[in-house]
Design a protein around this ligand. Structure first.
Ligand SMILES: *Cc1c(COP(=O)(O)O)cnc(C)c1O
Length: 223
């Protein structure tokens, strides 16, 4: 019998991640694959869970709040990543729902997260999102301001910052952006790098990604 579609796509993506890691002399096991389930119904997430996958990414707090609490009650090992912008007024809901937030990008949000984490006694891991292309419309802290935000978050607020995240400009080759993010993380002594999507994850893995965020490569196109 043929494998279900998600399982096939997952196997193919894992093989490509492993090959890219080996090309760079890296351990393929050091790369976490986050299945980005935004816009897809809970049934698709169930299909992924049935295939043994437990790590998911969503870009909207509201959408994730509608889909995941029920799935979590039946799959306690599920890990949920917020990969889209977080408004300060959604901080409480995000801290309650997510295990990892990839989009810390400003002081006000760091302060709101610290307050909520203390209140809820829950500490999701954090990535600082860096706007490596310095695009005016894009979220993320400017590369030159990253150290200052990290100092506030890690030293003053004692937040669990684990790494950096970026989304390269669509019209540019992604590799220089991945290389810049990797260098920043090295300089700041941060071990993890959330970078690489369906169109560019192999380049990201070759340049050190520890988290790749794959939507269409696993679930197909979005409406
Ligand atoms: C949607 C999204 C992804 C996944 O995109 P694909 O190209 O479908 O793999 C990854 N990261 C972020 C931040 C996203 O918003």
């Amino acid at each position: 019998m043929a494998l279900p579609l998600f399982a096939q796509a997952l196997t193919a993506a894992q093989a490509r991640i492993a090959a890219a890691a080996r090309r760079a002399g890296r351990d393929p096991g050091a790369v976490e694959l986050i299945a980005v389930s935004k816009t897809h119904p809970a049934a698709r997430v169930e299909e992924a869970l049935a295939a043994g996958h437990t790590s998911f990414g969503e870009n909207r707090v509201q959408e994730a709040a509608g889909k995941f609490p029920a799935l979590r009650s039946t799959h306690p090992g599920l890990r949920l990543h917020l990969i889209g912008p977080l408004q300060s007024n959604k901080t409480a809901e995000a801290v309650a729902l997510f295990d990892v937030v990839h989009t810390l990008d400003r002081a006000k949000l760091a302060e709101a997260l610290a307050k909520e984490m203390a209140k809820q006694r829950r500490r999701p891991s954090l990535f600082i999102q860096v706007n490596t292309g310095e695009e005016p419309q894009k979220a993320g802290v400017a590369p030159a301001a990253c150290a200052t935000l990290l100092r506030l978050a890690r030293e003053e607020l004692r937040l669990p910052v684990v790494g950096l995240m970026c989304i390269p400009p669509v019209a540019e080759p992604p590799a220089p952006h991945f290389a810049l993010l990797a260098k920043l993380a090295r300089d700041l002594d941060l071990p993890q790098l959330s970078m690489g999507m369906s169109g560019d994850f192999e380049a990201a893995v070759e340049l050190g990604a520890t988290q790749v965020r794959l939507g269409s490569a696993l679930f197909g196109g979005r409406a």
